[in-house]
Design a binder for this molecule. Structure first.
Ligand code: IMP
Length: 428
């Protein structure tokens, strides 16, 4: 089983980090292949809490190599801050971190573009991005003419390239700002900063595609860690309220440069309920005391931005879709303990759109906006399950709930999480 993949099946924040952490000890290499510093995960190990964003949590384990591939957009400043934070706490960061020379880089203009664009949107149109420059950086990647990749930092024409791009970006920023203030780009300062980053990053820069193919051909065990969730996929998610990369299972091959034939096992991770950060329709949202209860019990506040997450019932229409789209073999159901106090639990089994009952997840945002959830109601278990360690020791109503999710999503449940600690995990 050389290639194992962990994919979020909702709108991100499914606690993938815990599953990745559990699987890491059985792998030689952990790979981040899309997204950027918009993702965040918290790992608790040896009584210490680490908050990581770009660097896979495998960095906390000796002998595991962490690879950030060309599908990721890299912010050198935040990456180096993460490295410094780890080193200051005694974590070795050297050959165990590889960065693709194909990865596109974030520059100050990306952050400024995003800030000005977000300010110009009317209420209700806002995507509610993480403001980490993700969209503008991916836009430049696809546009090509204003893109700079990590490998380009070591080219002789870097100063010229930054000068030309900065001139165009200053015109763009001025037009976006209109009468508002904007931060003009000083190409000399950007170049100086970039050469400083280039020097520090150099020991980590590599052709990660070749490395991963070599590793997989030699039967090395590689774990692919998805960022965000499948409903935020740029092509297959709830467009335009999505992120700018392929965050569903379909993005693994393109982001990592690894053919699908090496991806032997895909685990889809879903919370036992739903959350979403930022804008966009969310049919099962509970903007009421039930939602607040889920937020409080689940500590549903963003790792990167601390924004309160929107909370609601499990949406089986959505997760059935993303499990199929991502080709997942099994499910990990996270944060089941958060539901423990509720006397009744609802699961969305279908939508009603324009008087029609629909079980296929809509491709058009207008349809999703109109979707009224059809719920199945199950009895709660109303007892603490955080100490349960064996499947058959779960209360009957919790097992009934899990069976319901399994049947609606159409995938077996392999793992259930009943708390943040590693040992609060139940294997089927
Ligand atoms: P962006 O990725 O910063 O462009 O944000 C686009 C959308 O994706 C926004 O709704 C964000 O809240 C959401 N998003 C981005 N990264 C994450 C994540 O790691 N967890 C949850 N939502 C995210």
């Amino acid at each position: 089983m050389p290639g194992t993949c962990v994919i979020g099946l909702q709108w991100g924040d499914e606690a993938k980090g815990k599953i990745v952490d559990l699987l890491t000890e059985r792998h030689d290499v952990v790979v981040r292949y899309q997204g950027g510093a918009n993702a965040g995960h918290t790992v608790v190990t040896g009584g210490e809490t680490y908050k990581l964003s770009l660097i896979p949590s495998g960095i906390l384990r000796e002998k595991v190599r962490c690879v950030v591939t060309g599908g990721v957009v890299l912010n050198p400043k935040s990456l180096l801050a993460e490295v410094d934070g780890l080193v200051a706490r005694g974590v070795a960061v050297g050959e165990n971190l590889m960065l693709s020379d194909r990865a596109h880089l974030m520059f100050p203009w990306h952050l400024e573009e995003e800030r000005l664009e977000a300010g110009a949107l009317a209420d209700g149109e806002a995507i509610g991005t993480t403001m980490r420059g993700i969209g503008p950086c991916y836009r430049d990647k696809v546009g090509r003419s204003h893109a700079i990749r990590l490998g380009d930092l070591y080219r002789g024409d870097l100063r010229q390239r930054i000068k030309k791009i900065a001139a165009d970006k200053n015109r763009l920023l001025s037009a976006l700002a209109g009468s508002a203030d904007f931060q003009p780009i000083d190409p000399a300062a950007v170049h100086e900063e970039a050469t400083g980053y280039a020097e520090r990053l150099k020991p980590h820069v590599a052709d990660t595609t070749a490395y991963l193919l070599d590793t997989l051909e030699a039967e090395g065990r590689v774990l692919f860690e998805g960022a965000q969730g499948a409903l935020l996929d740029i092509d297959h998610g709830t467009f335009p309220y999505v992120t700018s990369s392929n965050s569903s299972g379909v993005g693994i091959s393109s982001g990592a440069g690894v053919p699908a034939r090496y991806l032997n096992k895909l685990i889809g991770v879903a919370k036992a309920y739903s959350t979403r950060v930022g804008g966009g329709p969310f049919p099962t949202e509970q903007d009421n005391p039930t939602g607040q209860h889920l937020r409080d019990r689940g500590n549903e506040y963003g790792t990167v931005t601390r924004r309160p997450r929107r909370c609601g019932w499990f949406d089986a229409v959505a997760v059935h879709y993303t499990a199929r789209l991502s080709g997942v073999d099994t499910l990990a159901v996270m944060l089941l303990d958060v539901l423990s106090e509720l006397p009744e639990i609802h699961v969305c089994t279908a939508y009603e759109i324009d008087g029609r009952r629909v079980t296929n997840f809509p491709s058009q945002i207008g349809d999703l906006r109109q979707a009224r959830p059809v719920y199945e109601t199950l009895p709660g278990w109303e007892c603490d399950i955080t100490e349960v360690r064996r499947w058959n020791d779960l209360p009957e109503n919790a097992l009934r709930y899990l069976d319901c999710l399994r049947d609606l999503v159409g995938r077996p449940i392999e793992v259930v999480s009943v708390g943040p600690d590693r040992d609060q995990t139940i294997f089927a």
